[in-house]
Design a protein. Structure first.
Length: 109
């Protein structure tokens, strides 16, 4: 979600919804314009399904709230450097930063 990535703007929720819909198999011609319409289409698409949605490096609850499935049976794992306690039914787990000697990159390159 690029919430805290240097040199990048946070992902716009409408753009994230478009990406989610396309990734979930919705044809591009059926992705509506606008945040509210995309959020409604996303929720309709995942209604009754069990999904695991990973949203990494969120900037704020405003950025991720439209992406939430809206029905039970799904799980959203959300990471952020901020405490997003405003989100309903959220279990917050705080982690400390690893000391410099313990940091390790898991990504090649």
């Amino acid at each position: 979600m690029h919430g805290h990535a240097r040199g990048q703007r946070p992902v716009d929720p409408a753009d994230a919804l478009s990406s989610l819909l396309l990734t979930a198999g919705v044809p591009a011609t059926q992705v509506p314009p606008g945040l509210e319409a995309r959020a409604a289409r996303w929720r309709d698409h995942v209604a009754g399904k069990k999904i695991l949605l990973l949203l990494d490096d969120a900037a704020s609850h405003e950025q991720v709230r439209p992406l939430l499935p809206g029905t039970g049976g799904s799980l959203v794992l959300l990471t952020s450097r901020r405490r997003l306690t405003v989100l309903e039914d959220a279990a917050v787990i705080s982690l400390d930063i690893l000391p410099p000697g313990k940091r390790r990159s898991f990504w090649p390159g």
